[in-house]
Design a binder for this molecule. Sequence first.
Ligand SMILES: [Zn+2]
Length: 93
Amino acid sequence: MSPASKRVGPSKAEKKRGPRAVVTVKASQKIFTDSEVATLTGICVDHLRNFAKSRHLGFIARAAEAAGIQADQWLFTLSDLMVLVTLFPRCTH
Ligand SMILES: [Zn+2]
């Protein structure tokens, strides 16, 4: 054991994108699927769903209401997306 060589804190996980996360979406798009949000935010779907549950963001699509979208598809509004981007860093795992 070498007590003098201890590394603490993040290093390679640091991002160079600046303090504010920015995502670009189509102006006409108002609803985003979990996979779309994952792609836009860099947050994986698993974490995304956990965040959504804990923060009461997003909603589960009902099959009848969302034609073309799978049942139990987690959906997010644009404001949900902005909250996620603001609150949560990209996944680095
Ligand atoms: Zn993750």
